[in-house]
Write a protein that binds this ligand. Structure first.
Ligand code: SF4
Length: 497
């Protein structure tokens, strides 16, 4: 039988349609080895699901021991028998199949639900609880669709998510996706479903697009090679899938963009490419030229970096699953004394008291550093994390104090304030890893990444293995030192108009 469309495919297609295409059409042997971080996420999700299911055990019809046709038949029987809550059922019709974690009986029919170990909604602040996550909504819409087709739905397009806190969050799939967007989750689902049907039938051939999400994808090596061979436009930093697709008919490769006369596409303050203005088009052409000629990096204007006798490079490591910050690292460079020092504040036990203590020590060092020199970070993430910590532990620092400190001129976000605005590089992205490596810096670890650090941290919590703690600290130190290498590299770049 031809491959059926599952809820998992809808989930994946939100992140990257090409992944669904490759999963369906390519040999599994071409995939990368399973990533330890992805496996850890998977295990964490299963453990959370098991804990939630344990809590509901008394009211559950548990079909998790069944598979395939047996599971599907048992699910129908359970619904016929009026089961209040079905765990791990299987529903199917035509080319569609779904295995929702939960099917909950209501007066009008069954509502599908999933158990997730992440937040049930995304975004949001003090006044707004956030909006539905698109990938969750697409999965639920698929289950609701099948239930509707087999006459077991409620007559309403709806679902629910049991989130990491055990909260039960309703998803109304007939509501607009967000604010000004008129399409509903259901509209987006039907588009995506048609797209996937096209892929599976061979009518719709997708192409990869280099993006941050590729880092954890099992097709990373395959796509990097393929996109490199195609000289795809998404090799250009910040030129993603949507921009590539609107340009594709006129400009098909990095080389083509490097050599084309872009003035022919400019119409006043706009270009022929929706969503790309004349300045952006010129910027992308500059990047295309640098990439295709392996040119040298340069400054587009004076860097304006402060000269202070003390430079401090700050980097945090956080665990989104436990919602905590387990490490604050500082590389302190005293230029006058010619001394360097790495200081770290690591949670030596997985407790709120340890997190608060690490935050307090870090905050004290940060305040000291700000009175004596310049502090460098490489993203807005340190500010976001310190603000989140101040909301958790206001006895250490108030949120306004953190905001005020991060707004001072001697707090420099090297990525946002300098790299993105003032420099150009012959590379595929502007991550600290890519730029520092371009300047010759090498991490001591063979597989350095933020995701790997989280996975190490989880293993350290389980084992208390000192070697793992040392690996985490060494990785963080190297990240801090890499930022110093980048700073020094930027100072030496020529200014080119
Ligand atoms: S590597 Fe990137 S482009 Fe390729 S399938 Fe994965 S997410 Fe999509």
């Amino acid at each position: 039988m031809a491959k059926r469309i599952s809820g998992g495919m809808l989930y994946s297609a939100v992140q990257c349609p090409h992944r669904v295409f490759l999963d369906a059409t390519q040999d599994d042997s071409l995939r990368d080895e399973p990533n330890a971080f992805v496996e850890m996420l998977w295990e964490h999700g299963l453990a959370h699901e098991a804990a939630m299911v344990d809590e509901m055990a008394a009211s559950l019809e548990d079909l998790s021991q069944l598979a395939g046709d047996d599971k599907a038949a048992a699910t129908l029987q359970a619904m016929d028998a009026g089961a209040e809550l079905i765990y791990s059922g299987r529903i199917e019709v035509d080319d569609m199949v779904g295995e929702p974690d939960l099917l909950r009986k209501t007066a009008k029919g069954y509502v599908p639900g999933d158990i997730k170990s992440g937040r049930g909604l995304e975004g949001g602040d003090d006044d707004d609880e956030g909006k539905p996550k698109l990938h969750y909504a697409m999965q639920l819409a698929h289950y609701a669709h099948i239930l509707e087709r087999i006459g077991r739905g409620t007559g309403k397009r709806e679902g629910f998510i049991i989130d990491r806190n055990g909260d039960d969050i309703a998803y109304d799939l007939d509501l607009p996706l967000w604010g000004r967007e008129k399409r509903t989750s259901w509209d987006r689902y039907t588009e995506l479903l048609a797209e996937i049907r096209g892929m599976l039938s061979g009518a719709h051939v997708t192409r990869g697009a280099l993006a941050s999400v590729c880092g954890l994808c099992h097709w990373h090596t395959y796509c990097s090679d393929e996109l490199g061979r195609l000289d795809d436009l998404t090799l250009i930093p910040e030129l993603g899938r949507a921009k590539r697709d609107v340009m594709a008919a006129a400009i098909g490769s990095v080389k083509a963009l490097a050599t084309v006369n872009i003035a022919t596409f400019v119409k006043g303050t706009k270009t022929d490419f929706k969503g790309i203005g004349p300045d952006s088009l010129a910027k992308f052409q500059e990047r295309a030229k640098l990439l295709s000629t392996a040119g040298a990096p340069y400054l587009k204007q004076a860097h304006g970096l402060p000269d202070t006798p003390l430079e401090v490079f700050f980097d945090v490591e956080t665990d989104p699953m436990r919602n905590l910050c387990y490490l604050h690292g500082y590389y302190i460079v005293d230029l006058e004394a010619g001394k360097t020092e790495y200081k770290s504040f690591f949670m030596r036990a997985n407790t709120p008291e340890e997190e608060a203590a690490a935050f307090a020590e870090s905050w004290a060092l940060l305040k000291w550093a700000m009175t004596r020199g310049t502090v460098y970070v490489y993203s807005p993430y340190e500010r976001t994390t310190m603000r989140a910590l101040s909301r958790k532990y206001p006895e250490v620092a108030k949120e306004e104090e953190v905001s005020e400190l991060f707004a001072r001129p001697n707090m420099v976000d090297l990525y946002t304030d300098v790299v993105r605005k003032k420099t150009e590089w012959p590379v595929r992205n502007h991550s600290i890893k890519t730029l520092a490596k371009h300047l010759g810096f090498a991490w001591r670890d063979t597989h350095p990444s933020g995701a790997a650090s989280i996975e190490w941290y989880h293993r350290w919590v389980e084992t208390a293995d000192a070697a793992i703690a040392q690996r985490i600290l060494q990785y963080n130190e190297d990240d801090c030192v890499a930022t110093k290498v980048l700073l020094d590299g930027i100072r030496k770049l020529p200014v080119q108009a």
